[in-house]
Design a protein around this ligand. Structure first.
Ligand code: PEP
Ligand code: MG
Length: 756
């Protein structure tokens, strides 16, 4: 049954024509379950009706015409109840509605299951039988499983239709999550680092000859790669292991897969689609085999397919010289991609994976680039070189926008510039409320190598210097000397202002290429301080470098990430003291000068810490809340997972109450408190944190002037009134709508949406 199910789903997703795919699918289900009828209805949300799209058993004339209201008939009931309905005699059911045109008078048994994607009912799949009987558990399980799998394929099909070649020239609109605010217009450049056949959606192409040539060239290049791999590896591994490359080359032959792909191209498919159709077919065949050795070959075929695919894309996705500015689009925009392209005309990013607090989004904000994360899953290749608008406020991407929409957004961009100019006026002024309450604004730095540009942003030192980037961009741990040189530059850039350097915080979503960590649950695993305390040699080297670099500057503060237990603070402090006393005596001996001992603080990111603030208070010099991780751990929502991004919300009442408790207790224990997560750079967030009593807010340089403007245009008293209202709400939705309204009243709405 599992193989049948897989085949049905695979064939469905491979069919470029949605109505054809549905027709084929209902026939397959009917025959697999031995019923008399199988039908599929798709939801039309405009008219609030289900439309009979395909059926094997109901009258053909009714396809595309028969419509059933969302609250009508048994189909409507399945949609309303969002669960399967299994009835032995449908005609006797009180909600049965007779639709003569479908000719179902002799069909009595009915089983309908909803097709639901991300909580939205996309349609209903039903089977019917002449005999009045209840369908059995296996039949029900089959239909439910199939519906769940079809949901993804149908939603992809919807997206596919949206951008198909025949669609009108109106702007096509895709929705993602706002990763970084701002608006940009430009041509999209698709970068596909890990191109996979699995993610390709099939498409026809008019020029067979052109596609054939592309395929032949890709095969040629793939062969050449295998030759060079064999050559390289033959010196280090046994000859028999290299047979795999010979096998790959044979498969590429005209007599084999190569020939079949060419056949598909001749049928009108583009090269990628033809390759996918053939390779997927083989994979299904191999995976269904009983022999475990042969079954394993499915992965070889997949690998081969992906290699050819990579060569098909070769040369089509590079940022070309003539693209002076562009929007970067990728399946998974990484921090390193941003680092690579930031100086090459990058205007905005669009990533299919990731979420608002992925490090790529944080970096985009640090660079002042609009970003959309977790956009609908659609085949990316088709975006290449298309003109688009990125609305980083709403998370909307408009592809090939019409001139009216372009004009509207060009106007919004002008307003954005005007707003940026306006807030720039207060950049150098203190962050002080209308009624005289001051708050320090500091910088988050270290995510990009160009921290220097932030010197003049108007901040009072650095509240979070992330040290992991230099570790991530190397091929081994940086030496103490290398680290010392880098930290010296940072400390020297902020004379007389505190610079809070965080000790290495890798693990989770930040991997070191030379120090692989494989875990099922990385965010709950070996991360931050847990790694460095297990490797005191790495920790000691880093803090020695920091303390040495601090010589002559005396503005270093050390911050410990991911603390969850007091013993971690004790142990880290012991190691920092050890490094300090070793270096002090070394330096005192040579220079005759006493070395300053840095303050030691900890991040509050793990919820458990909130219940032990009193215990921690006596052990550290300051607290700094990492609201990005605190939100993820308090709400048990992966900050990188687009699937659950709706649940990740730092304005969730639980998070806000936790932040308020932290502020109250820190003040009670007299521990200076700052917040260095992304919430600090959000206007509404800054107002709430000010009211809660946070001493410092740390944020990326692009937001300093904006947040200063906000602070300088509100009274502390007003902020406190807003906070007290917010604290009474029980849902994030209420919090957001209230805060949006308050920002508009304060004349600060332009900071959270496009336009002034
Ligand atoms: C945080 O978790 O809020 C934080 C500032 O650290 P990072 O985003 O680097 O995990
Ligand atoms: Mg963190």
């Amino acid at each position: 049954m599992l193989t049948t199910l897989r085949r049905i789903v695979l064939e469905f997703s491979q069919n470029a024509d949605l109505s054809d795919a549905l027709l084929h699918m209902v026939s397959q289900v009917k025959s697999a379950l031995g019923t008399d009828c199988c039908s599929i209805y798709l939801a039309d949300y405009q008219t609030k009706q289900f439309v009979l799209m395909a059926s094997d058993g109901l009258a053909k004339d009714s396809l595309g015409h028969t419509r059933i209201g969302f609250s009508q008939g048994l189909v409507g009931l399945v949609g309303q109840r969002e669960e399967p309905i299994n009835i032995s005699n449908a005609h006797e059911h009180p909600q049965f509605v007779r639709a003569p045109e479908v000719q179902e008078d002799d069909l009595h048994a009915f089983l309908g299951t909803p097709i639901i994607h991300q909580r939205k009912v996309l349609g209903i799949l039903s089977i019917q039988q002449k005999n009045a009987r209840n369908f059995n558990e296996n039949e029900e399980a089959f239909l439910v499983t199939l519906s769940a799998q079809l949901a993804m394929a149908i939603s992809n099909a919807e997206a596919r239709e949206l951008i198909s070649e025949d669609s009108t020239h109106n702007a096509k609109q895709l929705k993602g999550i706002s990763g970084s605010s701002g608006v940009a217009i430009g041509d999209m450049v698709v970068i596909q680092p890990k191109v996979q056949l699995q993610t390709i959606s099939i498409k026809k192409h008019k020029s067979h000859q052109h596609e054939l040539e592309r395929f032949k060239l890709a095969v040629h290049n793939t062969r050449a790669e295998f030759d060079s791999m064999t050559k390289k590896l033959s010196t280090v591994i046994a000859d028999s292991s290299l047979d795999i490359f010979e096998m790959y080359k044979q498969l590429l032959d005209n007599a084999n897969i190569g020939h079949e792909v060419e056949g598909k191209i001749a049928e009108g498919w583009n090269a990628e689609s033809a390759l996918k159709l053939i390779i997927d077919g083989y994979i299904v065949q191999f995976e269904a085999l009983d022999d475990p050795y042969l079954r394993e070959r499915a992965s070889d075929i997949r690998d081969l397919g992906n290699r050819i695919l990579a060569n098909l894309y070769e040369g089509t996705t590079d940022v070309t010289a003539e693209q002076s500015t562009f929007i970067l689009v990728s399946e998974d925009v990484t921090a390193s991609m941003l680092a690579e392209y930031q100086h090459k005309g990058l205007k905005a990013i669009v990533s299919m994976s990731g979420s608002n607090n992925s490090h790529a989004a944080i970096l985009a904000r640090a660079l002042g680039l609009p970003a959309i994360m977790g956009i609908d899953k659609i085949p990316l290749g088709q975006f290449h070189n298309q003109h688009a608008i990125v609305d980083g406020y709403s998370g909307e991407l408009f592809i090939t926008p019409n001139s009216a929409l372009l004009k509207e957004y060009e106007h919004l961009i002008e307003e954005e510039y005007a707003l940026a100019d306006k807030v720039k006026q207060v950049e150098k002024l203190p962050a002080i409320t209308l009624d005289g309450k001051g708050i320090e604004l500091q910088l988050n730095a270290g995510l990009s190598s160009g921290f220097e540009h932030s010197i003049n942003a108007g901040a009072v030192g650095v509240g979070l210097y992330r040290t992991e980037i230099p570790f991530m961009s190397q091929s081994c741990f940086p030496s103490e000397l290398q680290q010392t040189t880098l930290y010296q530059q940072v400390l020297a850039s902020f004379p007389k202002q505190p610079v809070t350097m965080r000790t290495l915080d890798v693990g989770g979503d930040k991997a070191l290429p030379y120090f692989p960590i494989v875990e099922d649950n990385p965010f709950l695993g070996w991360r931050g301080i847990r790694i460095t305390l297990d490797h005191p040699e790495i920790f000691l080297q880093q803090v020695r470098a920091m303390i040495r670099a601090n010589y002559g500057h005396n503005n270093l503060e050390i911050m410990l990430p991911m603390i969850s237990d007091v013993s971690e603070v004790d142990e880290a402090t012991r190691l920092i003291n050890q490094a300090y006393y070793e270096l002090s005596s070394e330096i005192e001996l040579v220079e005759g000068v006493k070395l300053n001992k840095p303050k030691i603080g900890m991040m509050i990111e793990v919820p458990g810490v909130i219940f032990q603030l009193r215990d921690f208070a006596s052990k550290v010099d300051f607290f700094s809340v990492g609201s990005n991780d605190l939100t993820q751990y308090l709400l048990a929502v992966d900050r990188n997972n687009a699937q659950v991004s709706d649940l990740y919300d730092s304005y969730h009442p639980a998070v806000l109450r936790a932040l308020n408790t932290i502020a109250q207790e820190s003040s009670e224990y007299l521990v200076p408190l700052s917040l260095c997560g992304e919430l600090a750079s959000d206007p509404a967030g800054a107002i709430l944190l000010l009211a809660m009593g946070y001493d410092k807010l740390s944020m990326n340089p692009h937001n300093i002037a904006k947040i200063k403007w906000v602070i300088r245009h509100i009274e502390l008293q007003r902020a406190k009134t807003i906070l007290s209202h917010v604290m009474s709400f029980s849902s994030a939705k209420q919090v957001h709508s209230y805060l949006r309204e308050q920002l508009e009243i304060l004349g600060l709405g332009g900071f959270v949406r496009a336009g002034m």
